[in-house]
Design a protein around this ligand. Structure first.
Ligand code: GLC
Ligand code: CA
Length: 539
């Protein structure tokens, strides 16, 4: 079945942390199935599930050792089939995560390569000499294999070896993987770091930087995507989203421009780096809102020019929680979470909601360094300690560790928050006013309710799904304002990004309030927006 891309809303699930059903402290496929009615109530159309295939367990499933099976930790193939069916019965499609840039070093292909089999060595990059490229998880991007006297490339962990897409056999084998899941009724795919699949012909040392310019948006990315599309999901018109690492707006637009027949949508990360000092993840700064405005605008304008759709998102399993990052999860948990949500959801594109976002789940706030489980955080703790003070390491990790986005879902106030009957694999958020799903569902004006409204608006209002985005003049630093127009209808979306009141004035008094997170009932030509107020009006 092909779905309407323009008003589709996707919900992302990190299975390990969603719902455990067999008491091992790790979420599983049956847990997702159990919560389908909850997701249906929220109103989403599709769920993207991050990897649950057998893996080396080094990068929580992103180091796959068998592309066509289910890790027993998460369940069985029957559990998967039941999940697809249950979702379909609620008109929800399943989107799977395809990690096609690399495999685990435990994958049979790599194991054969290690045994010296030339055919399989050519599935990867084995070189006599390493370059000075850095791995995204720290350290060198090359690992030495003494018995072969060669180095293999791993842009991520040493156990994640990069695949050689130039090799036709590799491409064919990967098409086969995608088709395998299509045959099981999957309706969409998310392609992990897909703009890294085209490596340069020659591997060279770099003079400055970590070498990402050498392998990002390589020459053949678009061509490879077009082949993948033609040989797999394109035949059924399925929904796809590419994860684009350090891309440019031009490249992103080319991958998602419908006329290029590559991907339906893509994730770019520029708008999330506004709190990276000098573009460095572990160097934190206050979010730069003027950068945010210009990034959102540039990307929206470029997508419009290319008739393309960007993915709209703040959160995922690699990011800290937006309410803690950009909002105020102590004094304005509802106001800031709802403002952050509408600022993103009412743009043009395909919105993604990450588990927990709909209940305003905050960062992890772990008290001890030993509470972190993520490979990147564990590596960075060591690396940062060389140049950072102990306090700065703690501060950096607590602000930017991926574990912030991975704490288990607190469902209710029973022991282990209804997530499991035992201690979970990762601690719950230690925020001292943690709201659970049951708390939020009881409230009338809740963040859950706000997300329901945003989803509903996208489903029912053509101006939200198809309307043009425009950017009225505004000179207030902490205000982000944009407009939508379709036919003779116009909406304005006001977002106060900070905890200080801001005055605004309307040239013509709008007719209707579409949304207000302060329950506003009246408008005046000059008025004051409250801290983190989000106000959507129709002219
Ligand atoms: C993507 C995933 C991330 C993973 C990495 C390597 O960025 O979202 O979790 O570590 O790719 O596969
Ligand atoms: Ca389990």
């Amino acid at each position: 079945m092909s779905r309407n891309l323009e008003n589709l809303v996707v919900y992302q699930i990190y299975p390990r942390s969603f719902q455990d059903t067999n008491g091992d402290g790790i979420g599983d496929l049956n847990g997702i199935r159990k919560r389908i009615p909850y997701l249906h109530k929220l109103g989403i159309d599709m769920i993207w599930i991050t990897p649950f295939y057998p893996s080396g367990g080094k990068d929580n499933g992103y180091d796959i050792k068998d592309y066509k099976a289910i890790d027993p930790l998460f369940g069985t193939m029957d559990d998967f089939k039941n999940l697809v069916k249950e979702a379909k019965d609620h008109n929800i499609g399943i989107m799977l995560d395809m990690v096609l840039n690399h495999t685990s070093t435990l994958h049979p292909w790599f194991q054969k390569a290690l045994s010296g089999d030339k055919e399989y060595m050519d599935y990867y990059f084995f070189k006599d000499k390493p370059t000075n490229w850095e791995s995204k998880f720290g350290g060198s991007a090359w690992e030495y294999v003494p018995h072969l006297d060669k180095y293999y490339l791993h842009l991520f962990d040493t156990m994640q070896a990069d695949l050689n897409w130039e090799n036709e056999k590799v491409r064919e084998a990967l098409y086969d993987v995608v088709k395998f899941w299509m045959d099981l009724g999957v309706e969409g795919f998310r392609f992990d770091v897909i703009n890294l699949i085209s490596k340069p012909k020659e591997f060279k040392d770099v003079v400055i930087g970590d070498a990402r310019d050498q392998y990002t948006d390589g020459e053949k990315v678009l061509e490879y995507l077009q082949m993948l599309n033609k040989n797999t999901f394109g035949t059924k018109d399925l929904v796809t989203v590419g994860e684009l690492s350090s891309t440019t707006v031009e490249n992103a637009a080319s991958y998602v421009n419908p006329k290029n027949k590559a991907l339906s949508t893509a994730f770019g990360f520029h708008h999330l780096k506004i709190d990276y000092k000098d573009n460095k993840k572990w160097h934190i700064q206050k979010p730069d809102y003027s950068a945010l405005k210009s990034i959102l605008r540039t990307w929206q304008d470029s997508m419009e020019e290319n008739s393309a759709l960007m993915a709209l998102f703040w959160n995922n399993h690699d990011q800290p929680r937006s309410v803690s990052r950009l909002g105020d999860d102590i004094n304005y948990p509802f106001e800031s979470a709802s403002m952050i949500a509408s600022m993103m959801h009412l743009l043009k594109g395909m919105p993604y909601i990450y588990q927990g976002e709909e209940i305003g789940l905050p960062n992890a706030y772990f008290e001890s360094m030993d509470d972190y489980r993520d490979i990147e955080s564990i590596n960075m703790k060591e690396i940062l300690s060389e140049t950072f003070s102990k306090e700065d390491v703690v501060q950096s990790l607590s602000a930017h560790s991926r574990d912030n986005g991975r704490t288990p879902m607190p469902w209710d106030h029973t022991k282990h928050y209804g997530f499991s009957t035992t201690t979970p694999w990762l601690k719950f958020s230690q925020h001292n006013n943690l709201q659970t799903v049951s708390d939020v569902l009881e409230k009338e004006n809740s963040i859950f309710n706000w997300y329901q409204k945003l989803i509903d608006l996208r489903h029912t209002e053509t101006i939200v799904s198809k309307g043009k985005v425009f950017w009225p003049e505004d000179d207030h630093e902490s205000l982000l304002v944009y407009g939508r127009s379709y036919g003779d209808e116009t909406w304005l979306v006001y977002n106060n990004l900070e905890d200080k009141a801001v005055s605004i004035s309307f040239e013509t008094l709008p007719q209707t309030i579409i949304l207000s997170n302060y329950n506003r009932k009246e408008l005046k030509s000059s008025m004051t927006l409250n801290p983190y107020e989000s106000l959507v009006v129709k002219l």
